[in-house]
Design a protein around this ligand. Sequence first.
Ligand code: ZN
Ligand code: ZN
Length: 253
Amino acid sequence: MTLSDLHVHTTFCDGENTPEEMVLAAIERKMQRIGFSGHSYTSFDSSCCMTIEGTEEYKKEIRRLKEKYSDRIEILCGIEQELFSDFPAEGYDYIIGSSHYLKKDDGNYIAIDYSPEVFEEAARKYYGGDYYRMAEEYFENISSVADMGADIVGHFDLIAVFNKGNRFFDENNSRYLAAGKAAADKLLKKGLSFEVNTGAISRGRRDIPYPVPEFLRYIIKNGGSVVLSSDSHRTDTLCFEFDKWREYIDSLL
Ligand SMILES: [Zn+2]
Ligand SMILES: [Zn+2]
């Protein structure tokens, strides 16, 4: 089986290691393939994404590494394209389509995965505490990454990032499940793959990957293809717990 990880960040965005350090770690781990997925430029929030100039340098650097290590590992240049990014995703080997924000009428963008406090405050301020309405809007958004040319759906149920132990809402609620399954239907119809993302586990935020079993089973049963990814921001989390979660995926088949 090919050991491959396509969701990898670097110092070009909010990662801790350079692309070359990531490549060397991947070779050490005996990976056959590594794909980089820098955060696309978003003008309204520059805290985690690549700059416009940085995006060009990123492409150039990955090209250089592709050449330099071509006899040792396959290197792909992808992008994690934010739905609300106003910068086009052009010239990449693949696109991970993600949505990290909710766009509000007052011009604000809520960063879903910033902190539990920000999440809770946004639910109160914009949704009157109705987490299911918030989730419905999120799932509507994530279903739209199909329209921007994405190949892979990034962390499908990111809206539950801080919801360990159903802290804010019940993930078995019928409205929540219906919204998620409707989004999955649209993405499946367009033929996108779904990542099984272990990033929140390596960061201690969750015990299981995205998507939760209920959604993952639904996706697989409806013919969707899945790909394990680590959402690594540093060398030591490449392919994080892939063996364990590959078995788990197989058990759902
Ligand atoms: Zn992401
Ligand atoms: Zn990411």
